[in-house]
Design a protein around this ligand. Structure first.
Ligand code: SF4
Length: 76
């Protein structure tokens, strides 16, 4: 059963599966406006800028996550 760290609202949900995340640091190295090391290498999601400013890169980082641990879904 996957465990998740932090969702975010405003039309989008970003989840990190802490069971599969390998703490490779890629997401917070590439996109510190969205991902922050919680202290053990696992990122928490903390959107610090308008979503529109990071949207394309967020999709790319989710795609590039080597373990596929970043899941994005859209809310109504
Ligand atoms: S890119 Fe993926 S595997 Fe690497 S730290 Fe981020 S969520 Fe974890």
């Amino acid at each position: 059963m996957p465990q998740w760290v932090h969702n975010h609202g405003r039309g989008i949900k970003v989840k990190v599966d802490v069971d599969t995340c390998t703490a490779c640091q890629l997401c917070y190295d590439r996109l510190p406006e969205v991902f922050v090391d919680r202290g053990d290498g696992i990122p928490i999601v903390m959107l610090k800028v308008a979503l529109e400013k990071v949207y394309e890169e967020l999709l790319q980082v989710a795609e590039d996550c080597p373990s596929g641990s970043i899941l994005i879904s859209w809310t109504e």
